[in-house]
Write a protein that binds this ligand. Sequence first.
Ligand code: SF4
Length: 408
Amino acid sequence: MQHDLPLPDGRTAHLRLSDIALTVGFGLDLVYTLDLSGRLIGVYRQGKNMRRGLDGRMLARWRDESGTRQRLWLAEEAIDQELGALKADIALIAKAQPPPAMAVVLCHARHFDYAADVAQFHQVYRPISILPPDQYQALVLQATEGCSFNTCTFCALYRDRPFRIKHSQEFALHIEEVRDFLGPGIVMRRSIFLADANALIIPQARLLPLFDEVAKAFAIMPEQTPANKRKAWLHTHPEGVTGIYSFVDGLSAERKSVDDFLAMRLRGLRRVYIGLESGNEALLAWLRKPSTAAAMLADVKRMKAAGLRIGVIVLTGIGGQRFHEAHCADTAKVLNAMPLDGSDIIYFSPFRPDPAAPYDAIAAAEGIEPPSPEFAQTQEQTIRAKLSLPPPPLGPKRVPYNLSDFVY
Ligand code: SF4
């Protein structure tokens, strides 16, 4: 549904209401995106794309005059300015009598209490540290909190919380709280991400009831729905989801059989994301990963045998020149040995050291140079060139995965 609305200040507001969002545009220079609770999700303003997370932070991305990508986390004052400008524009639009279906969302937007919303977010969720890029719009459900290992020297994503598994009842309550928090805006979230770092580590007898809780709360799109029927299915199931997605680490996956993965798939699991990082065993051991490349290759084979789609994450630029050749050669070798097809994705994630992780200190003590974007780029190109897997659509997509773009 689209509607143009002349405003008293001489501008025209272009409104577009879809099944999941309301966009409010003023010419080519300014577009707001709101979820159906009236919550600001994104702003496009004069060449800058700003994405607002549920935690209240806003990331601006743009290309500078030389075409180089830039990004900046907005300061609190800048965020307040954006929210103030939005509310002023919404107040003008509300007075101009928009169509009733749009007026409902605009009314929510006009009265939206951002401080209360962020406070509720932090009550419902532990920090959402990271998601795969194709799941940034997922509905996150935290079946576990933290990472059961926390050993990897390059990773500080979950060092702020102890690992724990939620019981069914607590998880069911969490689902209710998430629903209550998102309100009508929940329809923007069309997949479920079972978090945190390695939720699939949960012993099978406790894990399957958690999948059942998800299925009780949300309609899950049947797996065989043809591509040309997916949109219609989502339209007729306003709170339906395309499936369940989750990270798994190598050691947790080792504990699951083909039948275990199949049981999860029958309950809606569609894609599993595994952090291979490297195919080189010496590098993985030096990084203190809790698994080996050989084991992760076997994990992927079992998951594929169960009919699951896979996302394999490779780190580039890690380990410096000392590991460069072996990292590139062995990573390509392990990827080439994986039975990946057109439904799978290989992510190349340029390594950026986190000051809260031990990597920097260990690397400096051993004379390993800090990573540079150029070095990471070279590694990605080298690994890509060594891949013998067919290109899409027969083979896996090769996709960049930049952790600094993550907003939830
Ligand atoms: S990389 Fe994965 S397994 Fe390692 S500490 Fe981070 S979340 Fe845990």
